[in-house]
Design a protein around this ligand. Structure first.
Ligand SMILES: NC(=O)c1ccc[n+]([C@@H]2O[C@H](COP(=O)([O-])OP(=O)(O)OC[C@H]3O[C@@H](n4cnc5c(N)ncnc54)[C@H](O)[C@@H]3O)[C@@H](O)[C@H]2O)c1
Ligand SMILES: [Zn+2]
Length: 386
């Protein structure tokens, strides 16, 4: 029997030198008269909005900035900003920010209606219909939210992060301009970059892996495994930073065609309950989960070695090759100074059972994991990073 798969993606992506210049043309060609610009206050304070704003202004369109958004917002905080957005009557959306900003803008693009809001989409994501075209400009190189049909919000009453998935939320246009991540603090570049690495390796080893997700996941891994350290360490390494933007984009495509697995599943309660940043919790869980999965996906990890390791001396056996890939990921996590213990976030043994219960609820992703994860396994995995 043939495997089923599908892949939907943004209508156009613009990258490379001076890619931001496309903003004016896109505003004009969409006939936009009132542009809603989603961002957050951290990004505005860095001056990252100045050039995009000039380019919108050059078109003569009116614009309004919506920046009252914390990182990793709850669905209530997202709804509050969307209520402001609805009052503007915008006919074009630009998002300039990380995953939190882009996910909010994607939700806004389907929530012009008064019939339902973010809360209702959590229960019935299929209701969403695209109302306003979107241009997403990522300022982190990690989430791939510029590509995916997903928007992730915190649900305080469940103490979980929950993904709303609907293809109507896929962006119309994306701009990848390396200047947007040039001054990204190393700490954020590191955790978001490892998030992209997690997207690629999880999708490549997922039960849902298929030829399209494999293509993007492997290419993304090649870029990340060979360039992430320089991209994070050297503010002037614009080529490597651009590689990370491309890899994050590929990671988003891999998620759209396949799906993440136990790293992201077990990470959700760490974000929802303890407010650990998405990239950080994934980075902490990545290597333990890959070690746990290794015996069930050895050939796949060996294929990652074959594609991504460019050293002169070649390893031969599958076990050696998959060992190399996991060691390489562990080296990256160590080099980039990712926190190593949940204790740094005030989490102790007493929290373990609640974590396990919440993590085991993320069935949508656990079911993609190549090795079944029992509650006992989840406990061992959380314990390994306590
Ligand atoms: N939709 C998806 O497919 C998808 C995938 C993975 C993660 N996510 C979600 O994305 C969110 C995380 O996004 P993120 O990791 O990009 O971070 P973020 O958007 O939460 O931003 C984190 C912080 O970095 C700052 N920042 C962003 N870009 C900057 C820059 N260039 N220079 C200086 N500061 C900058 C922001 O102001 C913010 O304070 C989470 O809610 C996560 O669940 C979504
Ligand atoms: Zn992620």
């Amino acid at each position: 029997m043939l495997l089923n798969y599908s892949l939907k993606m943004p209508r156009a992506v613009y990258g490379g030198e001076d890619a931001l210049q496309h903003i004016s043309d896109l505003v004009r060609s969409n006939g936009a008269r009132r542009v809603a610009i989603f961002t957050d206050q951290g990004i505005r304070a860095c001056g990252l909005l100045d050039l995009p704003l000039q380019l919108v202004e050059a078109t003569g369109a009116e614009w309004e900035i919506l920046d009252d958004l914390p990182a990793e917002p709850s669905y209530l905080e997202v709804q509050r900003l969307i209520d402001q957005f609805k009052a503007i009557g915008a006919d074009f959306i630009i998002a300039c920010g990380g995953g939190s900003v882009m996910d909010t803008a994607k939700l806004a693009s389907v929530l012009v209606t008064d019939e339902y809001g973010v809360k209702e989409l959590l229960d019935a994501p299929g209701r969403a219909k695209k109302c306003v075209p979107t241009l997403l400009i990522p300022t982190t190189a990690g989430t791939g939210a510029e590509v995916t049909p997903n928007a992730i919000v915190a649900v305080p009453e469940k103490q979980l992060k929950v993904g709303i998935v609907n293809e109507n939320m896929i962006a119309d246009y994306v701009i990848l301009d390396a200047r947007m991540i040039r001054n990204l603090p190393r700490r954020i570049a590191a955790s978001t970059g490892i998030d992209a690495m997690a997207h690629c390796i999880e999708c490549f080893t997922s039960n849902k892996a298929n030829p399209f997700s494999d293509l993007y996941a492997l290419e993304g891994l090649d870029l990340i495994l060979n360039h992430i350290e320089r991209a994070c360490d050297d503010p002037d390494a614009l080529t490597e930073k651009n590689y990370m933007q491309i890899a994050a984009y590929y990671g988003g495509l891999a998620i759209t065609a396949s799906g993440t697995t136990a790293v992201h599943a077990l990470s959700y309660p760490l974000g929802g309950r303890y407010h650990i940043a998405h990239g950080v919790s994934n980075a902490m869980l990545l290597v333990p989960v890959m070690r746990f999965n290794e015996s069930a996906c050895r050939a796949r990890l060996a294929a990652v070695y074959d594609r991504c390791c460019h050293e002169q001396t070649r390893l031969r056996g599958e076990e050696e090759k998959s060992g190399w890939v996991i060691r390489r990921m562990a080296d990256i996590v160590r080099h980039l100074d990712i926190p190593t213990s949940l204790k740094e976030f005030g989490i102790t043994e007493d929290d373990l059972e609640d974590l396990v219960t919440a993590g085991m609820e993320v069935r949508r992703l656990l079911d993609n994991n190549v090795r079944p994860v029992t509650a006992e396994d989840a406990r061992t995995l959380y314990q390994s990073i306590l």
